[in-house]
Write a protein that binds this ligand. Structure first.
Ligand code: NDP
Length: 249
């Protein structure tokens, strides 16, 4: 637990399931007030609210599609209305729509870019306006190892995640003078709903490439987020951190 995070406020997009949920719970345990966004799964959102309540943590859930600028703005505004400050933004919401290039529809390509990359742009733009005024802030963008190495059947997803890396580095340069750090995390294969629908053959193939011989857990990502938003990470910005169990060493 990071003592210096007590009473800070964080927005976590796509924070009701998988990696985002683990990040929200981890930050809540560090005393952070949470505004957690989700898109469609109301039951998962309510389950998180209950869990936060049982921990005695302050958490507001906000439905909205981050690829819609009005919805993204609403998520950030709600944080501003309910809490005195907005200290942390975690751009985690993401989707996959895999297909080989020649079979990939325009919708499959553009909707993945819209959610993963454009959604990150909207939330960062609106949140950074508040952070610039406060002259402090932490932004963490969830990319992927696929954005670094590419992956057959995921040209849309890889482009969105590579875009997040370029976006992170550029915004880090723009905001460093305002005491706002911007970093990206590139997870390998993490056990969530997103990876649960991989076929047994795909899973075997992936496992054979991971030095540690197992998929990662959402908590493996959450603990790095907790560090990157703490005082100890004050001087770290514009970086991309792989958390992949040694897929590429
Ligand atoms: P999940 O599918 O388990 O959860 C995705 C979350 O994002 C859900 O809360 C979902 O809400 C939300 N979401 C989806 N679309 C939108 C949208 N348009 N607007 C707002 N929220 C949305 O995903 P993971 O936890 O596996 O992945 C989280 C992030 O980590 C993603 O960016 C993903 O690309 C990245 N990542 C994941 C890896 C993995 O192996 N799992 C590896 C590398 C990166 P709802 O429940 O309402 O649908």
């Amino acid at each position: 637990m990071s003592a210096d995070l007590k009473s800070k406020t964080a927005v976590v997009t796509g924070g009701t399931r998988g990696i985002g949920r683990a990040i929200a719970l981890r930050l809540a345990r560090s005393g952070v007030n949470l505004v957690v966004n989700y898109h469609k799964n109301e039951a998962a959102a309510q389950a998180l609210v209950q869990e936060m309540k049982s921990m005695g943590s302050s958490c507001i859930v906000v439905q909205g599609d981050v690829s819609d600028p009005h919805a993204a703005q609403k998520v950030i505004s709600i944080a501003q209305e309910h809490y005195p400050n907005l200290d942390i933004l975690v751009n985690n919401a993401g989707i996959t729509k895999d297909n080989l290039l020649l079979r990939m529809s325009e919708e499959e390509f553009t909707s993945v870019i819209a959610t993963n990359l454009v959604g990150t742009f909207y939330c960062t733009k609106y949140a950074s306006k508040i952070m610039i005024k406060a002259r402090q802030g932490r932004i963490i963008n969830i990319s992927s190892v696929v954005g670094i190495s590419g992956n057959a059947g995921q040209s849309n997803y890889a482009a969105s995640k590579a875009g997040i890396i370029g976006f992170t580095k550029s915004v880090a340069k723009e905001l460093a003078g305002r005491n706002i750090t911007v970093n990206a995390i590139a997870p390998g294969f993490i056990k969530t709903d997103m990876t649960d629908n991989l076929s047994p053959v795909q899973k075997e193939n992936i496992l054979s490439r991971i030095s540690m011989g197992r998929l990662g857990l959402p908590e493996d990502i959450a603990s790095l987020v907790d560090f990157l938003v703490s005082e100890e990470a004050n001087y770290i910005t514009g970086q991309v951190f792989r958390v992949d169990g040694g897929m590429e060493i």
